[in-house]
Design a protein around this ligand. Structure first.
Ligand code: GLY
Length: 392
C-alpha cells in the first residue's frame, strides 16, 4: 500500500494512502488498538456514507465501536462538542486502551484529536480524513484543538482577522500525534468540487514551499486531478503528505520551520472572515499565496515568472487569485495584525523565493503588503491613510 512514514521517535506513525483503504481500516486499526472497544467520532456530513463503511469495516475486524456524530462547523468546533464526546465515552465505559477514531474533515479531526489527547489523559488516536484538505494537511502532524472566544472580544465582527479572534480559532488544543492515518482517495468522489479545489490549494502550497517537481506534477495533471483519477490523486496525496511529514519531523511543535506551512495563511486570515467575499479557507489561501508571492516580488526576492506561474496554476485549478470584490487594503493590513502569527506588531510572513523554496521573513514592511493587496484588487487611498511601516 502506498504510504508515508513519519519518524517521530516513540510517536512515529504511518500514513496509508490507497483507493479502497476505507474498507480495510479494521485491520489497520487492530495493529494500533489494544482494545476491541473504540469511539468513532464521525463528521455528520459523511456519517451515512464513509462513516458507515468505516464502522462496518471496524465491526468486521472485531471492534465494538461507540459512534458519536460531530458537526463540521467552526462554530461547533468547541469545548461543548468535546464535552458531548466525553460524556458519551464515559457513559459507555471506554477506558484508556480504547482508541478514538476520527472519520471526516479537518474540523472533526481536530476536535476528535483533542478528545483523544485529553480523555483519561490521552488515548490512542486514528485519523481517517475524507476531505482533500484534511488528507494533505489537518490529519497529519498532530495539531488538535477547538475554538474558544477571546475574553472581551466583540460579538460577531465580520471584518478581517478580528472575526477569527472573536471565534478564537484553535486557541485551546494539544499536540497529539495519531497512531495511524488512513487515506482513501475514493472518498473524494462525494466531496463537493469546491472543497476539492480548496484541498488542492494546500497541495500547491506544499509544491511552492519545498518541491518544484510536485508543482510541475500538479500543473501537468490538473485535468486528471479534477476528474478524480485515482492513481493521479494517490500520487498527489502521497507527495503532498511526504512534504508535510518531513517538515513536521524537523519541527514537531512549530518552533521554527513548521511555520513555512503557513504560506498564504496570514493574508488569508484577513479575508476569510469577510462575509461578503464568501471565501472558503482554501480559496482565501490561494489568494493569500499569490499576495505573498507579489509581496516577495516587491521585495525583489522572487522572479516575476515564478509569481506568474503560481497564479496561473491556481487559476487552472479554478481557484481565485484576486479578491472577488475590492476591500480597503489598509483595513486588510490592520486585520493582519490580529493574526497570531504576527509578533510584536512586526509582520512576520512566509514568502516564496522561487517555486520549491520559501523563507520565514521577519519585519516585512507594511507598504509591501499594501502593494500586494492592491495587486490582488484591493483599493487603497494612499493619501488618506497613514500606514506605519513595521521596520525592516
Ligand atoms: N496546518 C499547518 C500545520 O499543521 O502546521
Amino acid at each position: 500500500m502506498p504510504h508515508v512514514d513519519l519518524q517521530l521517535s516513540d510517536r512515529s506513525y504511518r500514513v496509508a494512502i490507497e483507493p479502497g483503504a476505507l474498507r480495510r481500516v479494521g485491520s489497520i486499526a487492530r495493529e494500533h488498538a489494544p482494545s476491541p472497544r473504540c469511539a468513532v467520532l464521525v463528521d455528520d456530513a459523511v456519517a451515512g456514507t464513509h462513516g458507515a463503511t468505516a464502522i462496518d469495516a471496524l465491526r468486521a475486524a472485531g471492534f465494538e465501536p461507540l459512534v458519536h456524530e460531530l458537526r463540521a462547523s467552526e462554530k461547533e468546533k468547541s469545548l461543548e462538542a468535546t464535552t458531548g464526546a466525553y460524556r458519551a465515552m464515559l457513559a459507555a465505559g471506554l477506558d484508556r486502551k480504547c482508541p478514538v477514531i476520527a472519520v471526516g474533515g479537518g474540523i472533526v479531526g481536530d476536535v476528535a484529536g483533542f478528545v483523544a489527547a485529553t480523555y483519561l489523559r490521552g488515548v490512542p488516536f486514528i485519523q481517517i480524513p475524507t476531505t482533500l484538505l484534511a488528507m494533505v494537511d489537518a490529519s497529519v502532524g498532530g495539531k488538535t484543538g477547538v475554538n474558544f472566544p477571546l475574553p472581551g472580544s466583540p460579538g460577531e465582527p465580520d471584518v478581517g482577522a478580528a472575526a477569527d479572534a472573536a471565534l478564537g480559532k484553535n486557541l485551546i488544543g494539544a499536540f497529539w500525534q495519531p497512531r495511524a492515518v488512513v487515506i482513501d482517495p475514493e472518498t473524494l468522489r462525494t466531496l463537493p468540487e469546491r472543497h476539492l479545489r480548496c484541498g488542492l490549494a494546500e497541495c500547491v502550497k506544499h509544491g511552492i514551499l519545498r518541491d518544484a517537481s510536485l508543482f510541475d506534477f500538479i500543473d501537468a495533471n490538473a485535468a486528471a486531478i479534477l476528474a478524480l483519477e485515482q492513481q493521479v490523486l494517490t500520487t498527489l496525496i502521497e507527495r503532498s503528505v511526504a512534504i508535510k511529514a518531513r517538515i513536521v519531523e524537523a519541527d514537531e511543535r512549530e518552533a521554527g520551520v513548521r511555520a513555512l506551512l503557513n504560506l498564504g495563511h496570514t493574508f488569508a486570515h484577513a479575508i476569510e472572515p469577510i462575509v461578503e467575499l464568501d471565501l472558503h479557507h482554501g480559496e482565501a489561501v490561494a489568494i493569500g499565496m499569490v499576495a505573498a508571492a507579489r509581496c516577495a516580488l516587491h521585495a525583489g526576492s522572487i522572479d516575476a515568472g515564478d509569481v506568474d506561474r503560481i497564479a496561473r496554476l491556481l487559476a487552472s485549478l479554478q481557484l481565485p487569485t484576486r479578491l472577488p470584490k475590492p476591500v480597503d487594503a489598509h483595513g486588510l493590513l490592520r486585520a493582519m495584525t490580529y493574526d497570531k502569527k504576527t509578533e510584536g506588531g512586526r509582520f512576520r510572513l512566509i514568502l516564496p523565493e522561487m517555486i520549491g523554496r520559501a523563507r520565514i521573513a521577519e519585519d516585512v514592511p507594511a507598504n509591501l503588503i499594501v502593494h500586494a493587496w492592491r495587486d490582488a484588487g484591493a483599493s487603497a487611498d494612499d493619501t488618506a491613510s497613514s500606514v506605519e511601516t513595521s521596520g525592516g
